[in-house]
Design a protein around this ligand. Sequence first.
Ligand code: BGC
Ligand code: ZN
Length: 358
Amino acid sequence: MRAIAVTPKKAGSAQQVELPKPEAARGLALMRVLEVGIDGTDTEINNGEYGEAPPGSYVLVIGHEALSVVETVGEGVQGFAPGDLVVSTVRRPDDCPNCRAGESDMCLFGNYTERGIKGAHGYMGEYYSEKPEFMVKIPAALRRFAVLLEPLSIVEKATFQAWKMQERMLWQPKRAVVLGAGPIGILCTILLRLRGLEVHVYAKSAPDSQQGRILADLDAVYESVDDHPVMRIKDELGQVDFILEATGNSTVAFQAMAQVGTNGVICLTGVSAGNRNVEIPADVINLQMVLGNRVAFGSVNANRRYFEAGVQHFQQAEQRWPGIFDRLITRRVPFADFKSALDRRPQDIKTLLTIAAG
Ligand code: BGC
Ligand code: ZN
């Protein structure tokens, strides 16, 4: 079968490879991949900054956001049948207590693998096989945009955890800020609007961009960072209860910490693979964190519980804003043009690599 693989740590190494077709062995389902979403992690892996091949392999099949259809199921597989649509989770557990409790996204030992990222092949090929416990069934009505479930699961986790932390007091959040208008920023805005918050999105793209129009239809306020610098958020908006950092820019992350309101919480989701040192208003941040009971936390990955929450929210959001998720998919690229799919263009929100029809 055809797949796209990189040589980890080698920049621009993505290439088409030929691999044996996996089998639906006992306890496994064989999945035919329909389409794969590309994100910043894939770009970083293809830039040679991140990624690890499976043991015994020189290459890593990339791709961790995939919509697939069950082709066959092996002996002993229950709950799935040929034709079912599936999105599989990314992380595979080690034997730490959290992983054993189904929370591999909170892994303690760090010996987890991540399909398409760390020590396990991903989904950017014609087929893959998987255990049912890592497969999430997708209602047929969500076919067009279900490939967005993995990035949605990331913000499901981030928001769930923030709200859980805030159970430390009486908390009635009204205003949120989202930094970045990529898929993570927009998907988080959708969840926050479903929760009834006023949302301000700070980003670089122009308000008349596709991002800006989507956010306007969500009744979120789009603020261009050219006119509204992150350092002024607090002065411009007043009390901000929740901030989601989704730019992956560490300068922005630290600047934003000084903008959270009293008793507020900021969640960092962007990964920065570099070694940058920046100047930050350390005294101001320290003082504010203490005097305002503020919380700053990082959030990575998502376990299947968050994928399942995402399936519910897909349905709720689609009812309220019909077609909203389709508008996030700005490019569909045929398999042969995988290199162009991996190149980020300014107008892109989510790019998909089409693997098969169906
Ligand atoms: C993926 C996560 C993963 C993280 C770090 C992200 O792009 O969505 O599942 O845990 O990268 O490897
Ligand atoms: Zn673990």
